[in-house]
Design a binder for this molecule. Structure first.
Ligand SMILES: Cc1cc2nc3c(=O)[nH]c(=O)nc-3n(C[C@H](O)[C@H](O)[C@H](O)COP(=O)(O)OP(=O)(O)OC[C@H]3O[C@@H](n4cnc5c(N)ncnc54)[C@H](O)[C@@H]3O)c2cc1C
Length: 305
């Protein structure tokens, strides 16, 4: 066996999982392709002790902490194929390597699929955002919008008045009931049913949106809940079960982050409907500890599904 555990994805979840294993002197390899989900944002907010740091800086610090442990290795490479074999797993990498491990932790995160709207992609992570707790404070209580792509927009529009005067753009994606409409209006949310056709301002800054009838609405930030898909299909290859989340599928795990396939653990955004760095790190801690305990208490995977 090459490694006790291979961790696929070396960001908040994967590095936190590896730390638990490193501290138990397990031989752990972290594979990473260097594309964390928050790479579009200049700063990350809410991660304890690191509020306002650049995402790359936080990751570099976590990597530096891990690199002092003698049993930890890093490899900048994509895992493209995974199979259960004997009492462990075999992983094939894009760089041609084939590696064996006893346990697998999947922490490769999610991809966001942004709607095709002129000016939107240029502003993702700066003024086009998914989470008010992450980046809403920096908008300084200026007017904000919610671009509806699905029902989650109603929830976002109810939350956002705490960050600024809010307009909900229904964008043909919502058919609001009279009760929903009354609840939103009572919260001070403006409802705009004319579709948004583009974003305006000096990107990545935002000064507003243009509507199909030629009107403009001034805004400093636009929130949406994009459709997400896993950043790799390794969990499907291994036949792990999935759950349906409000914006897309995620890997089903038990409270200790064990997936439905024995010996596979999943953590972070890949195994959660919520995108948050601290939650991803916490899930990684659980997955790392659980993988370690399974090596002790359930060492033989042969014959287990
Ligand atoms: C624009 C934006 C801004 C955000 N800002 C904040 C914020 O301020 N605060 C906050 O708490 N949360 C924020 N988030 C959410 C946060 O980014 C995620 O919750 C967090 O990154 C999840 O961590 P993770 O380790 O699960 O996955 P990721 O951070 O996405 O890391 C997954 C890693 O796996 C690697 N990978 C993928 N496939 C493979 C493969 N096949 N082989 C090897 N490696 C692979 C990727 O390159 C990546 O490095 C933001 C999200 C977005 C989209």
């Amino acid at each position: 066996m090459d490694f006790d555990v291979i961790v696929v994805g070396g960001s908040f979840a994967g590095l936190s999982a590896a730390m638990q294993l490193a501290r138990a002197r397990k031989h752990v390899l972290i594979l990473d392709t260097g594309e964390p989900r928050n790479r579009f944002a200049a700063s990350s907010h809410g991660f304890p002790g690191q509020d306002g740091q650049a995402p790359a800086e936080i990751k570099a610090r976590l990597q530096a902490e891990l690199s002092v442990y003698a049993t930890v290795s890093f490899r900048q490479s994509r895992a493209s194929k995974a199979e259960r074999s004997g009492s462990g797993f075999t992983l094939w990498l894009d760089d041609g390597a084939r590696l064996a491990c006893r346990r697998l932790i999947l922490a490769y995160g999610m991809r966001d699929h942004l709607p095709d709207l002129p000016g939107l992609t240029d502003r993702w992570g700066a003024t086009v955002l998914h989470c008010p707790y992450c980046h809403g404070y920096e908008l300084d209580q200026q007017p904000v919008g919610v671009l509806a792509l699905n029902e989650l927009a109603i929830h976002q529009a109810m939350m956002l008045p705490d960050w600024g005067q809010t307009t909900l753009f229904t964008q043909g994606a919502l058919d609001l009931s009279s009760e929903q409409r009354a609840t939103l209006l009572a919260r001070g949310v403006r409802i705009e049913e004319t579709p948004v056709t583009g974003l305006i301002g000096d990107a990545p800054a935002l000064s507003g949106v243009r509507l199909a009838d030629g009107r403009t609405v001034p805004l400093a930030g636009l929130f949406l809940a994009p459709r997400v898909t896993p950043a790799s299909d390794l969990a499907e290859q291994l036949a792990c079960a999935f759950e349906d989340g409000p914006t897309g599928p995620y890997v089903a795990v038990d409270p200790m982050k064990a997936a439905s396939v024995t010996g596979v653990f999943a953590a972070g955004d890949l195994a959660s409907p919520m995108a948050n760095a601290t939650l991803a790190a916490a899930a990684g801690v659980l997955a790392g500890g659980a993988a370690h305990r399974s090596l002790i208490f359930d060492p033989d995977l042969v014959g287990k599904v």
